[in-house]
Design a protein around this ligand. Structure first.
Ligand SMILES: [Zn+2]
Length: 244
């Protein structure tokens, strides 16, 4: 059942659409936000009971990549991605536990908690990051000139991005305010980074600018403003930004 998904502008007066392999951050027509839309007419061809049965049959199986709690629902996520480009650590499927004592404190007899942070990176954002990095890998396989994936985050996003990029062999760039990440997330990412990965010139420059730790090339302890300034075309002639 071939299905489709695409970016669509949330402004109902606009409704512009873009393929999911477009590097676009907001609507080019009206600057509104974009959301992913799915071909619901095609998805409706399978009834709810059949979908549920399919998801349960795939759940935690060894049938790549469908054992993942995310990719078991591939048709509802990224239906057109090639399975070879999916970057998955079999995320999801985290357990529910009964928080009996806490439930009594707040007057809820049956309080069950799902701990999505109980993952490889310690970040609940693994669930979304597997999709983002998979799409990047798909775009690279189609010839898109993507050298790295970057984010600015104080914890969950950075841990998940670095982990999934490491798994994919894609360079990640993480911008962190100094001292604002938990040791657990930092250590997990440092251990899972791509073996032999070296920071590019841009990263080395940031390392030199701040209290660098060259053993963690996927992490940058630098100044975000400085990084952004160097990335702007008008600053590229600046001696310090020549290789940016
Ligand atoms: Zn628009």
């Amino acid at each position: 059942m071939p299905s489709r998904a695409w970016f669509q502008c949330i402004n109902p007066q606009c409704g512009a659409t873009y393929p999911l392999n477009t590097i676009v951050y907001q609507c080019r027509q009206c600057q509104s936000l974009l959301e992913v839309q799915h071909d619901l007419e095609t998805l409706k061809q399978l009834d709810a009971k059949s979908w549920k049965g399919l998801f349960e049959q795939r759940y935690k199986s060894n049938q790549w990549p469908y054992g993942s709690g995310v990719w078991g629902k591939k048709e509802w996520i990224l239906p057109e991605i090639h399975n070879d480009n999916i970057v998955s650590l079999y995320e999801g499927g985290t357990n529910l536990f009964w928080a009996e004592r806490f439930g009594k404190v707040i007057g809820v007899n049956e309080l069950w908690v799902k701990l999505c942070g109980n993952t490889h990176s310690g970040s609940f954002k693994d669930l979304g990051m597997t999709v983002l990095v998979s799409q990047v890998k798909q775009m690279i396989s189609e010839g898109a000139p993507i050298k790295a994936v970057a984010c600015a985050s104080t914890g969950d996003t950075s841990a998940a991005l670095a982990t999934y990029c490491a798994a994919a062999g894609i360079q990640s760039v993480v911008l962190l305010p100094r001292g604002k990440i938990s040791t657990a997330q930092l250590v997990a990412t440092a251990l899972e980074r791509r073996p032999g990965a070296q920071p590019g010139h841009r990263l080395r420059r940031l390392h030199e600018a701040g209290p660098a730790d060259h053993r963690r090339p996927d992490f940058v302890f630098g100044e975000l403003d400085e990084f952004i300034a160097c990335g702007r075309p008008e600053n590229r002639r600046n001696r310090n930004c020549s290789a940016v």
